[in-house]
Every structure is written in C-alpha cells, then in structure tokens.
Write a protein that binds this ligand. Structure first.
Ligand code: IVH
Length: 693
C-alpha cells in the first residue's frame, strides 16, 4: 500500500471502479446503478487532475488518453494468430469429426467446447504483471497493427487483471459492435447524411482503424476472449511449487479449453456466456441448431459455431496445418449476403411524409428468406452506393432488419445501367419536398393533402397499439381510401354497413364484425388517442407521459413548448412537433370530429405518489424483450412507482425475464424472487388504467 493518503485514496477508487467494471462486463451482474460508477469515475478524474503525478497508464481515467496518432506501429505476435478451417454443412462437420476421432484413437465420444463464432475482428491483448501493455490486430497472423489506444476505450477490456493471473499473458478474442450500438451508429449516420456501415463487423473494424481514440470511444465496441496465445507463470518453477517468492498463489494452466476459458474469466476478461461443452458429434450439431434458433435474438452478430476439442493434450497431439489448428473447425451459418439484380426503385411516402427509396429486386434467397425489396434509406445513400437500375448488387439481411444493399458489383455493370433520379416533388401528390438542414431525409410538404400520408396515418390510427380496430388491416384501409369512403381518421366512424358491403370480397358477416370493432374502439384511453394521432416523434411512451402529466386533452392541445419540455422524455424537437400538430386547424377539426362521433376516454387521475401501485418495489429487467423496448418497459414501471435496478438482490421485488435471460435469472431463482415473463409484464401494465396505452 502506498503511504501518501492521496495515493491511497486514488488506489481505493480505482479498485472500486475496476470491481464495478468486472461485475458489469464479466459477471453481467452489476450490484450498483450506473450513477454510482459515474460518481466514482468523476471523483477519480478530479483527484487525478489535482495530483497528476499519480496518473498511471492503467488508470480507468486513461481509457481515452492522449492525442490522435500519426500512424499505426507494428507488433510481432508472441505466437502466431491462427485462423480456422470452415465447414458449411453437417456432413462436412461429421467428416471432420471422424477424421479427428481416428487420429485421437479414443473409445469415447470427443468432448468439444462449442462457441459462437463472433462476427468482429480478432485481437491479441498482452498483459505483463497484470497490466495491459499493448493490443494488436491479427494482421498477417505474424505481425499486426498496434491498436492499444483504441482497445483501451473498450470498457469491457480490463486495463488491469485480477485474481491469480500469469506474469505474462497474451490473450486472444474478438472485438465486435453489439447490434444496438450498430443500429444507433447507422441511424445517426443516416440522419446526418454520413456514410453508413454495411454490417457490425465493418463498423468494428473501421472503429479500431481510427487514429483518434475518441472516435472508437464513441462507437461502443465490446469484446469476448476465446483463446490463450501465451501464458507464463514465471515464478512457478515447477508444478509442485504453488507459491511465489511473494507468497502469492501461483496457478498453472488448466488442461481443458473450457476450464481455461473460465480461468481467463477469473482474471477479469469477459467470455461469451453461450459457450458450452458437448460430448460427441451429434451433440455438437444440436448446439449448432440451438444457437442458430436464437441467433436473431442475440445482442451481437455471429456467423457460425466454432467447435474446439476440449482436451489440451489432444489439441497438442493433433497440432496445426498451415495457418489453422487441426483440433478446431468453424461451422458457418448459411450466408446472409447474396447477389441479385436491381429491377427498379420506388419512392415511398411515409406517414410523416418521409420519402424512402425502396429497391425492387430480382427475388433471391438470403439466409433462408426470399427477399425482393431492400431499403436504400435516402438520397445520400443512393449517391454513396452509386447504384443504378440494372446493377448487380449485394444484399444483406441481418436479424429482423429490413434487407439492405451493401454494395454494387461494378464488374458486372452493363453500359445501359440507368442512374437513379431522386424525385424533385412528392411522387404521390406532387407537393414540394423539404429537407431539414442537418438531416438527410426529404419530406413531402403536402400533409394530409397527400393521399400517401393520409393512408399511412389512417393505418397507424387503427393499429393495435393505437385505436386497435380489429379487422381493419392495411389493405382494407387502402381500399377504403381509394374508394373515397374515408378521407380522414374521423370518417372511419361514419362508415355504414352499405359502404362496407359495396366493397369487393366484403361479406355481410365481416362488415358486421368490423362495425362492431369500430364501435368498440370508441372507448379508449387518453394516451391511446394521443398516440393514434400520429404526431411526429410521439410514440407510445411519450403519449403515455403526456397523458399522465397533463391529464386532460385540452391541457395537451394548449400546452406551450415550456410546459411540454418539463415532461420526462420530451425535448425541444418533440415539443415543437406537438405544438405544430395542435396548432394546425385541420388537425383540430379532426379531433373535434372524433369526439363528436363518440370517441371517449376515462378521466386521468393526477398522480398521487402514495397511490402508485408499484411504489417501494424494485424491479429488474433481464434478457431480450420482444414486444416492448427495454427503455419503454423501464419508463412504464417507473411511472407505476417502481425502481428499476440493473441487478438482482434480496431486495428485488420481481424480475422480468425475456428471451435468453442468463445470470440474473439464475440469481433470482437462487434467491427465490418472483420471476415473470414479458407477457405477464404486459398484463400487469394493462391492469393499471393510469398507463394503459
Ligand atoms: S478461435 C486457434 N474462436 O474467426 C484458434 N475464433 O475464421 C483461432 N472468431 O480469426 C481462433 N469467434 O477472428 C476462435 N469463438 C471463436 C471465434 C473466433 C470468432 C474469429 C477469429 C478468427 C476467425 C477465424
């Protein structure tokens, strides 16, 4: 321990911060809210500022240190960074299994460590005496680029190891960009008219190849480690000698790959929690299927499974060929990228007037799904890709995301490929287009004069989370609009049975059902009406906040920018959209008409803190929620009075477990805490009128 009290204080703060990082990133089980971490870091920054002589390279404050570099230096790997051989189907994997089974000459099925093949880029991190010394990309396998400055910005990479780590450690892993960070990054790029990344792997690679670490720091990368390059316990002269000169327990490496990964984890390095041991080829292929089934729900991209023979002795016996080990193989998922031809481009007009170019493609199977459309986002994206009608293009599908055009195959471009001209006016109503200066999206200025905007706003109005009119699907709304039976959302409430029966394929029974559903929808809630109106940027949660804070429709229509900005979640832009919406005379008429047709909702009661149904309760959300966004679920629970915590403890009231819930769910079961599904959460929410949307 240092003797200077300031130095001691700094040391304690650093240890506390490292512990929180470890709980968060390695154990996936934080015990404190993020604000506690922020406070400790803030304290450390200010003490170090006053006492710069105590700043060290591995201090948590030094993650984004120093200036941008002029270039990358090269690092020779302590041992080469290997690659993997691939198989693309079960038969080829079985052949691999047979081959190694013969070589090992065992009478038992082979045990494999099965791991998701993360779709990022390989990294080697070298620690000396537990301190991160440098990090390098794979390069040609022997020499890579020094990217330490960027690697240090990744919060889940420890700058210092913990536990009984080796004196020298070269640990290998994959740096990747989680799907939500990738989506946010591209969304922002689209809004700013900047270049988008084709996939999270390119985004991760592009971020690590930045000379300025501030860029990588903003890109929210993550890492999982999957192999040892080198580990030396210098002080252990032989296996029997378990204690070093300093009395520290010296470990030796485990003889199983799986156990080694756990050992790596115990040193504070994150490993993927989907990794499992499987015995025999059949069990490996089952793992492939299981992970494949949940691939879309994983928060990161994977492109296959890596099977590694677990026994280190067997690995050593099998050795390597060229650049790949004989004891491991990558089993790739079917390609998510395919080539096809662009037939033409449609320009769609959305509910808020946004013009989106949609590529119509020669249909092609991508990752098991037939794709015939892809989004081109906006004008800038068309220009960036320089895509032309008739071009051969690479299509990519990832999870539920709308397929995208990644690139154009220029070699295959024909001389008659036609450049795409972005419309000068709305393709539906010919109104002028406008573009906000800092955004890449062009919008039709026609408002409800534009039939496309009108139809889309009616589709939104009747949708499940809005007025929930059963049986009034998108197609039927289009038909009703085309036949001039409805012209605004209020007209829905004037539809007669004759109107409906006059339509093709509408029998009396369906007409009656629809009329009943329309009648039923009139009894709603204030939040649902607000949401149904389709005000720009006003989603379900904002609508709910408006209703619960302003209580009455009139208060909402008359609210000023200042009134609105006082409400949680509402910033100046959303406030502007709300004021503009209710300032429009047409919109006010539509609302009056809805009310005169009998649309009604119960009075919203002012929030009495003591009456909040979940007051003094602590809830935890874990796993992937499929119907609610996590932030929305959190906001709703908070509105009901609950505290939402990131970790499970004996004080937790209830845990909501989504898909692939892991350690938090385990802990809740251990502590005998109530666990409910997302479905049950939705029931809880709808049982409280106050937030019913
Ligand atoms: S093991 C000797 N495990 O795949 C073993 N690699 O195609 C070498 N990768 O360069 C690698 N996830 O970047 C291994 N769980 C995993 C992996 C993985 C992704 C990447 C890695 C490697 C490439 C080989």
């Amino acid at each position: 321990m240092p003797s200077d009290p300031i130095e001691i204080q700094i040391k304690i703060l650093r240890q506390e911060i490292e512990e929180l990082n470890y709980q968060y990133y390695v154990l996936d089980n934080p015990s404190y809210p993020d604000s506690h971490y922020d406070k400790l870091l803030h304290d450390l920054i200010s003490i170090e500022k006053q006492h710069p002589k105590f700043i060290t390279e591995t201090s948590p404050t030094q993650r984004v240190g120093g200036q941008a570099l002029n270039g990358f230096s090269q690092i020779t790997h302590l041992t080469p960074m290997l690659s993997l051989d691939n198989v693309f189907d079960a038969d080829s994997f079985s052949k691999f299994y047979e081959r190694v089974f013969q070589k090992i000459a065992s009478d038992q099925p082979i045990t494999f460590t099965c791991e998701p093949k993360l779709d990022g880029l390989a990294i080697s991190c070298v620690y000396e005496n537990g301190n991160l010394i440098h990090a390098a990309t794979r390069g040609d396998g022997k020499i890579g680029e020094d990217v330490t400055h960027n690697i240090k910005t990744i919060q889940s990479i420890p700058l210092k190891l913990r536990g009984n780590f080796p004196d020298l450690l070269d640990v290998r892993g994959e740096v990747f960009m989680p799907k939500d960070s990738f989506d946010k990054l591209n969304k922002k790029a689209i809004e700013n008219g900047d270049k988008t990344f084709a996939n999270p792997r390119n985004a991760a690679a592009g971020s690590l190849r930045q000379l300025d670490p501030k860029i990588a720091a903003n890109r929210k990368l993550a890492v999982y480690f999957y192999a040892l390059g080198n580990a030396e316990f210098n002080s252990a002269k032989n296996d029997a000698e378990k204690y070093s000169d300093y009395g520290q327990l010296v470990e030796k490496l485990e003889d199983s790959h799986f156990k080694r990964l756990k050992q790596i984890q115990s040193w504070g390095l994150p490993i993927c929690d989907e990794i499992e041991l499987r015995h025999g080829g059949k069990a490996c292929l089952e793992y492939f299927k299981e992970i494949g089934a949940k691939r879309d729900r994983l928060p990161y991209e994977i492109d296959g499974i890596v099977y590694k023979i677990d026994s280190i002795l067997d690995q050593e016996e099998l050795g390597f060929v060229a650049k790949a080990p004989r004891w491991a193989i990558a089993h790739k998922f079917p390609a998510q990228e395919e080539m096809t031809q662009l037939k033409y481009v449609d320009f769609q007009v959305g509910r808020t007037g946004a013009i989106t170019p949609v590529a119509r493609l020669e249909p092609v199977f991508v990752g098991g799904v037939m794709v015939s459309n892809a989004t081109l986002h906006n004008k800038d994206e068309i220009e960036r890709l320089d895509v032309r009608v008739g071009d051969h293009v690479i299509i990519r599908r990832a999870g539920d995301v709308i397929p995208q055009i990644v690139s154009v195959v220029l070699d295959k471009r024909e001389s008659n490929a036609l450049p795409i001209t972005f419309p000068k006016s709305c393709p539906i109503c010919q109104s002028a287009l406008e573009k906000e200066t800092d955004q890449a999206i062009y919008r039709c200025t026609g408002g409800l004069i534009c039939s496309a905007q009108k139809t889309q706003s009616i589709i939104h109005f009747v949708s499940r989370k809005a007025m929930n009119i059963d049986g009034l699907g998108d197609k039927l709304v289009e038909v009703l609009c085309d036949n001039k039976l409805i012209n605004s959302v209020a007209d829905i409430y004037q539809l007669s049975k004759d109107d409906l029966i006059s339509l093709e394929r509408m029998a009396e029974k369906s007409a009656n059902n629809l009329l009943q559903a329309i009648e039923k929808s009139k009894q709603t809630s204030l939040a649902k009406v607000i949401y149904a109106l389709g005000i720009r940027e006003v989603g379900e949660v904002t609508a709910m906040n408006l209703a619960n804070n302003l209580l009455d429709f009139k208060n909402i229509t008359d609210a000023s920018l200042e009134d609105l900005e006082k409400i949680e979640d509402i910033g100046p832009i959303v406030a502007k959209h709300i004021v503009a919406f209710f300032g429009n005379e047409n919109n006010r008429q539509v609302i009056d008409s809805l009310v005169s047709h009998g649309v009604t909702w119960p009075e919203v009661k002012p929030k009495d803190e003591s009456e909040l149904p979940l007051l003094n309760q602590t809830w935890v959300l874990t796993g992937t929620l499929s119907q609610l966004k996590r932030n929305d679920a959190k906001a709703i629970l908070q509105t009901l009075g609950a505290k939402v915590s990131g970790s499970v403890s004996k004080n937790t009231t209830c845990v909501v477990a989504g898909e692939s819930a892991g350690s938090k769910l385990k802990k809740a079961i251990e502590l005998d805490i109530e666990v409910i599904s997302e479905e049950e959460l939705l029931k809880v929410i709808s049982s409280f009128q106050i937030v019913k949307i």
